[in-house]
Design a protein around this ligand. Sequence first.
Ligand SMILES: *Cc1c(COP(=O)(O)O)cnc(C)c1O
Length: 402
Amino acid sequence: MNALPAFSSMPDEQGFFGPYGGQLVPPHLKQAMDDINVAYAQITQRQDFQDELADLFADYVGRPSPIFHAKRLSAQLGGAQIHLKREDLNHTGAHKINHCLGEALLARFMGKKKVIAETGAGQHGVALATACALVGIPCEIHMGQVDIEKEHPNVTKMRILGCKLVPVTRGAATLKEAVDSAFDEYLTNPTDYLYAIGSVVGPHPFPMMVRDFQSIIGREAREQFLAKHGRLPDYVSACVGGGSNAMGMFTAFLNDAGVQLVGVEPAGEGVDQPGRHAATLSVGKPGEIHGMKCYVLENADGTPAAVHSIASGLDYPGVGPQHSYLKDLGRVQYQSVTDKECLNAFMTLSRVEGIIPALESAHAVAWAMRQAPQLGADQHILVNLSGRGDKDADYVAKALGL
Ligand SMILES: *Cc1c(COP(=O)(O)O)cnc(C)c1O
């Protein structure tokens, strides 16, 4: 891991992180992406924008989110000390509000008339509808009919928040069709609309912008940990779907050679079961998806593979381009956790610490529970608890017969 490149200058002008990323889109969309890139560069130079975002982070989201030392869990495991960065305490219950606020402010700055996005389980939809309500911009969320029927509380919240919910009935009527439908609508007028991508994925500049908006997590965490312990943690872990909460956490630690970074992917029912996991970096290979180069899970014919995770926020057959590069560089280790291990971590954290985590976040907790017993009591693991588990409580209770 010697001679690492300068992370602060990534991506390059074309949006590449090493060989990954870029802008693999048709020419008229390239213009729209370049306009967003220029506007983003302008807005980040402005003090009024920085001040407004900082105020919203403090007074609206409730930042800084605390770091909690999970003492009972650590003692029970009998090894390293586990600490949780509490993104679950944010307004709307997860880290997604961090970049949704940034995207909504950017849309207002660019004079956009509508913000469009898709949502699977509804988490991105609720966070974006919230940010758009606050900023006062019309919001349109496309969601598969199957998901609408499954995710009732989030659907209700989006309606209350005043966004236009577009049910998608084509094909399997789930996330993939919702992406296609939202994208079709965006293409009718990329000048007046902003497509708000929900993770560090898609064409440049989205992987960079979403990372920058999320990087508040790691900046706070690094400072908080140093202030409290006078040293940095030995390990920092976060779950990886598209990779936004993990990039938000890791960015501040990339130059700290003594801090081992671990991204945790969903192994679902096992990484040897095609279609029943979403461990893109663990078993995928470099390819292209959604306007970027990155690791992908593909079928033999090159189409995106079917994916599965108990945590619907993690089941994506691609992954952020910067994660793809960090894997090749060896700066971040990518491990995976099964549905079963995730459920065990979900219940353990709930019963030992009184914190019900999102099933996505429970993957990072499960990895820490696996690793801690192999370390000494003077070692520290910092886990990004990306969200809370209210949304998953009914599902888990039913799955476990509680
Ligand atoms: C959406 C979501 C994720 C996965 O998205 P990333 O971009 O990989 O962070 C993780 N945790 C929670 C709570 C989520 O809602």
